[in-house]
Design a protein around this ligand. Structure first.
Ligand SMILES: [Zn+2]
Length: 223
């Protein structure tokens, strides 16, 4: 767990702590926190700062029935599901963050791997938002993915295995942010397949001469 080298920017953790981060990036940050002690500690500190700020805010008068109303709404919440993840999809893995397994098993339709190229499969998961396409990507051992431009922001967390690009090697738990205009070519590690969770905000443009062949499958398709 101490091998995580790439973390979300601190501004993302601040927004996450304040509840201001959009759903899909929050899913990626949550997945990273599963692997990263350093960011979990930072989040605890930020939560503490937030609660100190809240305690300094002047209290506001509320109606006398608010407390009862909140309590009755809590009573009506379904029992939280703490049981082991059931094996409705063989894509779930006990080493993944619980949230990721819940997304896999809780998707409206069971996610299925779709082949994008000889080396790359994708499986979309349902997240109830449409700003980002959230999906698992699988790069096979030694696989080469197409060199591509990012038309929009993309967040990626490595769930299993590792891959590299021109900048670095990314291992389990590592968090990558790609900004619009970034160009990179992920390569799968030789020693095994790599599975990542990613949230993609807009279509990516392929810069390979053969990229146009891939384009129809890489269109953003939020679900
Ligand atoms: Zn971290």
């Amino acid at each position: 767990m101490s091998t995580v080298n790439h973390h979300p920017e601190s501004s993302m953790l601040v927004d996450f702590s304040a509840g201001n981060l959009a759903t899909a990036p929050s899913i990626c940050v949550s997945a990273h926190l599963h692997f990263c002690n350093q960011c979990r500690n930072e989040l605890l500190r930020l939560d503490q700062v937030g609660s100190n700020l809240m305690s300094e805010v002047e209290p506001t008068e509320v109606g006398e029935h608010l407390f009862d109303s909140v309590m009755s709404q809590i009573d009506q919440l379904p029992e939280s599901d703490t049981a082991e993840v059931s094996s409705t999809s063989d894509m779930a893995d006990s080493r993944y963050p619980l949230l990721v397994n819940k997304l896999i098993n809780g998707s409206e339709s069971v996610p299925k791997w779709r082949r994008l190229s000889r080396w790359l499969d994708v499986a979309q998961v349902t997240t109830g938002q449409n700003e980002y396409e959230v999906a698992l990507h699988k790069i096979c051992a030694g696989g080469k993915t197409p060199r591509h431009n990012h038309g929009g922001q993309e967040f990626t967390v490595v769930l299993k295995g590792s891959f590299s690009d021109e900048q670095a090697v990314y291992k389990e738990g590592d968090f990558l942010s790609c900004q619009p205009g970034d160009v990179h070519q992920p390569l799968g590690a030789q020693n095994g397949e790599c599975i990542c969770l990613s949230a993609l905000a807009a279509p990516i443009e392929l810069s390979s001469p053969f990229g146009f062949l891939m384009k129809p499958w890489l269109r953003i398709n939020p679900m």
